[in-house]
Each structure stands twice: as structure tokens, then as C-alpha cells.
Write a protein that binds this ligand. Structure first.
Ligand code: GLP
Length: 241
């Protein structure tokens, strides 16, 4: 079930997302599912500010959605580095309790170990952005709804969307390792944030489209608790009553 909130701009989106996340963080023992990309940056900024005012992350463990294959932890554009720079280094989270799938080594082993940890530690909340093609995590169109942690070949449009973070498109990895759809759906609550016109079609499909593997985000219609926080542009194609 979706609860949809629409704000004028990205700041409004980030503030609402922060409030939802903060409620969960205040609980006693918390497992957060975290995401990368531009969409959650404003939320992370607010979490860091809240930490300065006393919000603690000591009791928290985190599991990120995905990582690029072939980038070491310390690479500028690795998702580990993204999380470290935007959140982990600024708060009192125990770094032994933050988890991302590793994009190096025996990926089969990485995938099965990560899957095992996820099954034992269901997320209290899973934060999601959304790809312009409707992907969640790095679950590209056509991914099985039964998928668990796996390696994916990134679509051209996804590599292009993410090329802005790299010096050139040639440097964007072709593969990633990601939580599967089944892992995402295990979360008690899902918080999806999106802003900008290029997300409008994916958002319309997610809320109103037929549930199908060609558009991965449509499966969220089957989850009991999805909070969707949008700016006006991302919400521009949604039907109004
Ligand atoms: C990447 C990530 C997704 C993210 C998407 C949208 O593909 N793997 O988790 O949701 O980008 O990113 P952005 O928020 O930068 O638009």
C-alpha cells in the first residue's frame, strides 16, 4: 500500500524523508536498508545535522542495496565511498555494523554471504531511489520478482544516467551486485524518494501500472507499507481524482 506525499521541491522531499527515517532510527534496535544516488543526499545531510543535535546511530546496523562490480571500497565512485562521505564518517555508527555487498573477489560467495545476512537481519526500513527505467536497487527491467542478491549487467540507459558521477561514460562499470527484489520486499517499511521530470514515467508506472517484471518498481504495489515522497516534477504524470 502506498502513502504518497508531494512537495514543491527537493528540499521538501528531503525533509519529509528525513522525518520518516528519523522515526525509525529512534527505535531501540534498528536495521536500515540504505541507498545511494542523488535522491537521498538531502536526507543524509539532515541525518548528519540531527546527529550533531543528539540523534545517535550507535544502535544501528545498515545494509546497502548495491555496489558496482570492479570498484574497490576506496574508489571515488564506489557506493561504499559514497556512503562513507555522505553519512558514515559524520555519525557515530559502528563501521563494523555497516554492510554493502563487495564488488570484488568471488562474487558468487559475496552474493550468498550477503543474502544470508539479509535473511537474518530484515530491514526495519528500506530506502529506495528509482531509476528512470523503473529499476530499484540495480534490479533492471526483466529481473525476476523472486530474485535474491545477484550480479547484473547494467543497461545502457542506467550507465548513461550514472555517467555524471564519472569522468566519462567509459569509466562507468558494466556490472553491479544488488539486493534482489525479494530482499527489498522483506523490509517492514519502504521509503522511496524521487525528484525530477525524468522519474515521472517510472513513478506513474509504479503507482498505476500493471505489475510486471519489465518495470521492476511495479512490484511495490504488493508491499503493505510504502511511503513515496516526490517533488512536483516526479509526480507530474500521476492521475488525480
Ligand atoms: C542507481 C542506484 C539506484 C538509484 C538510482 C537513481 O542506479 N543503483 O539505487 O535509485 O541510481 O539514482 P538518482 O537518485 O541519482 O537518480
Amino acid at each position: 500500500m502506498f502513502k504518497v506525499f508531494v512537495f514543491d521541491d527537493y528540499e521538501g522531499v528531503s525533509q519529509k524523508a528525513f522525518e520518516v527515517m528519523q522515526e525509525v532510527i529512534k527505535q531501540e534496535k534498528v536495521t536500515l536498508g540504505l541507498a545511494t544516488g542523488s535522491s537521498p543526499v538531502g536526507l543524509y545531510k539532515r541525518l548528519v545535522e540531527a546527529h550533531k543535535k543528539g540523534l545517535s546511530f550507535k544502535h544501528i546496523q545498515t545494509f546497502n542495496l548495491d555496489e558496482y562490480v570492479g570498484l574497490s571500497k576506496n574508489h571515488d565512485q564506489s557506493y561504499y565511498n559514497f556512503m562513507f562521505e555522505h553519512l558514515f564518517k559524520h555519525v557515530d555508527v559502528n563501521l563494523n555494523k555497516v554492510h554493502l555487498p563487495k564488488g570484488e573477489g568471488s562474487l558468487e560467495d559475496v552474493a550468498s554471504e550477503y543474502e544470508d545476512m539479509l535473511q537474518k537481519n530484515p530491514q526495519d526500513i528500506q530506502l529506495l531511489g528509482i531509476g528512470s527505467n523503473g529499476h530499484i536497487g540495480f534490479n533492471e527491467p526483466g529481473t525476476s520478482f523472486d530474485s535474491t542478491v545477484h550480479v547484473v549487467r547494467l543497461r545502457d540507459e542506467t550507465r548513461q544516467d550514472n555517467a555524471r558521477f564519472f569522468d566519462s561514460i567509459d569509466e562507468v562499470p558494466h556490472f553491479a551486485i544488488t539486493m534482489g527484489i525479494k530482499d527489498i520486499l522483506r523490509a517492514k517499511k519502504i521509503l522511496l524518494v524521487a525528484s525530477g521530470q525524468n522519474k515521472a514515467m517510472a513513478i506513474k508506472e509504479m503507482l498505476e501500472g500493471k505489475i510486471r517484471e519489465e518495470v521492476p518498481c511495479t512490484i511495490l504495489q504488493n508491499h503493505p507499507d510504502v511511503v513515496v515522497v516526490l517533488d512536483k516534477a516526479a509526480a507530474s504524470l500521476i492521475k488525480h481524482d
